[in-house]
Design a protein around this ligand. Sequence first.
Ligand code: ADP
Ligand code: MG
Length: 699
Amino acid sequence: MNGLNVTAIFGENVFGDSVMQDRLPKDIYKQVQLTIKNGKKLDINVANVVANAMKDWAVEKGATHFTHWFQPMTGITAEKHDSFISPVDVGKVIMEFSGKELVQGEPDASSFPSGGLRATFEARGYTAWDPSSYAFIKDGVLCIPTAFCSYSGEALDKKTPLLRSMEAINKQALRVLKLFGRDDVTSVRTTVGAEQEYFLIDKDIYDKRKDLIYTGRTLFGAKPPKGQDLDDHYFGVIKPQVQSFMKELNEELWKLGILAKTEHNEVAPAQHEMAPVFTTTNIAVDHNQLTMELMQKIAKKHDMVCLLHEKPFAGVNGSGKHNNWSISTNTGLNLLEPGDTPYENAQFLLFLCAVIKAVDDYQDLLRISVATAGNDHRLGANEAPPAIVSIYIGEELSAILEAIETGTPYGGTEKEMLKVGVKILPKFPKDTTDRNRTSPFAFTGNKFEFRMLGSSISLSGPNVVLNTIVAESLKQFADILEPADDFDQALESLIKETIKEHKRILFNGNGYDESWIEEAGKRGLLNLKSTPDALPYFLHKKNVDLFTSHKVFTKEEMESRYEILMENYCKVINIEALTMIEMVKKEILPAVSAFSKELSDALLAKKNIAEDISCQYEDSLIHKLSAMLSCAYDKVSLLEKDTVDAKDMTDITEMGHYYREKVFADMAELRIVIDELETITAKTYWPYPSYGHLLFGIR
Ligand code: ADP
Ligand code: MG
C-alpha cells in the first residue's frame, strides 16, 4: 500500500512562512515578518508584492477566486468570493490581485448581526487582513483571514476582541515576568488545544428528520432499548465508514496546516472526538472553525451527517469541546508548568494564583462565555460539567496551597515549612493525571482544561474571557509587586492572601453530586442554570470595567453583544418550537389518528364476526391513543399560543426569560406525550426514524 506522505502534504494549502521565504524578495519578507510579529502596518507597495506572490501561488494550486474569510457574530465563518480575473483587451482576461484587495475588503455586511452597532444607513463594515494567521486555499478559493469592523472601528466579529485580549494578557504578563528578572522574554501568548466532540449519523436517516434538518437536534424520540448503557462504544473499534471519513478529514486538515492528532470513539453511540496539537490561541480558533466546517462537508461525502449540536439526542451524552489553555513565552517557557528551581516554582505559583483569582472573580463571565440554547441541555443537566464554575487542582497541589496559606509544614516523612521564593520550597510533583472528569475547569499538570464549552461554539468567546480575566489578575499582582521593597516578602504574602481569598473556588470532588450544589451555594458560588439567567451578568459594572479597562470591548460593543446573544437564544428556541408544532400537527397527530382508525376498523370487523370476541388489545389501545391524542393536541395548542405571544415582547431580557420559562417548558411537556405515543404507535405509522435507527445506523 502506498502510504500517505504526511510531512509532504502538511500545510501544502497554506501560504505559510516557508512559502513566503521562497516566494518573497528578502526585504519584503522581512517587512511582512515585522507586521506579523509587531503588528506594524503594511506599506501598500509591500502589500502589492505580497498579494501578487500569493495570487501566483494560489493560481498554481488551481485557485480561481479569493475571499476575505471572517468570523461574524453568527459564530460561523463568512466568505464572499471574488475571482482574480481582470479584463484586458476585448475578450481576454488576466489573473490579478492587488495589495489593496489583500489588506482591506468591504463585504456588503448589512445582514450580519450587529446588535444595533451599525445603523443601516452605514451598513458597510470592512474586513482587514490579520497577518498573524496565514492565508490558505479551500475549495479553489484563496482565503485571507481577516477581522471585521464597522467604519467607526467597533468590532463586529469574534476575531477582533480575541486579538485585543491576547494583547492585554501579553502586556500584563510581561510586567510580572520582568519582576522575576526575565528580561529575555519579549512576548507572551496564550495557547489552546481544543478537543472536539461530534456525532456521525446516516445521511438517509437524517433526511427523514425535520427536527435535525431545522434545529440540529432531535425534538422528539423515545429511548431505544439500548443506549450508552454498556459503555461499549468508548474507545471501541472504529467502523469502516467512520474510519474512511476520519482518514479524509485528517488529510484535509493536515493540508491546511492543522495539527490533527488524536481520534477516537466517545461514550455515546455514534459519537466521536478529534483533538489537535495545541497552538497559539487565535490560530487555534481559526483552525477549530475550519475543522468544524470540514467535518460537516466531508461527512456528506461519506453518506453521513456530522452533528455538532450540544445535545442531538435526549438520554445519551451530549457533545462538548474541551479548551486546553496555557500561557507561554517567546523563549519557550510554559508559565503554568511547575519548574525545577524554587524561583521557577514561585513564579509558577503566582501564575497559578492569577488563574484561581480570575476564575473566582469572574465566574459569571466564564459561564456566559459558554451560554447557548444548545449548551443549556448539558450544563447543570446532570451531565458533562455542572453550571457552577469551580477549579480542580488535585489533592497534591491543594495540599501545597494549604500549607502555604496556613504556614504549616508540608510533605511526606520529612515535613518542611514552605516559603515562597526561598530555597526550602520543594520541587512540585508533576502530576499530569487528571482523575476528575466532572470538573468544569481542571488543572492538568501544565495547562488548564476548560470543559464547559458546547461542541458547536466558536472558541473565541471563552478565550476572550480567559485571556482578559487572567490579564486583570496579573495587572493587580504587578501593581502590588512593582513598588514593593522586599520582593520575596511581598510575593509570599500576595500568594498567601490570594489563596485565602479565593480558595472557595477550589473543589476536587464530584461536580455532578447533588451535595456539591448545596455546598457551592454555601460558598457563595454562582449557579447560573440557563442562558437567560447568565447573560444579564455580562453588563454588570465590574465586567464592563474589566473589558473596557483592558481595551477588549467598548461599552457599546458589550451592549450590542449582549443583545445579539440574547436574541440568538430567543431565535433558536423559537425555531425549535415552530418545528415541533409543524411536526406534531402535520405528521404525528395525523399518523396516530390513522393508526387508531386502523385499530377501530379491526375492532369493528372482529365484532362483525362475533359480538363476544375479545378485542382487549384494540379496545384499550384505542382508548389510550385517543386520550393521548387529545392531550398532545392541548399541549401543542398551548405551545402555539405562547410562541405567538412572544412576538409581542419588546424587551430582549424579558423575552429571553419568557422563551425559557414558558415556551421551552411547553416544549418539554409536549415532548413527554409525543415520546410516549411513539412507544405505542405501530412502526409503520410513525412518521420518523427511531432513536435506534439514528444511533446505530452507521455500518
Ligand atoms: P488528554 O486530555 O486526552 O489526556 P492531553 O492532556 O495530552 O490529552 O492533551 C489534550 C489537549 O491539550 C491536546 O489538544 C493538547 O495539544 C493540549 N495541550 C497540551 N499542552 C498544552 C498547552 N501548553 N497549552 C494548550 N493546550 C495544550
Ligand atoms: Mg483532555
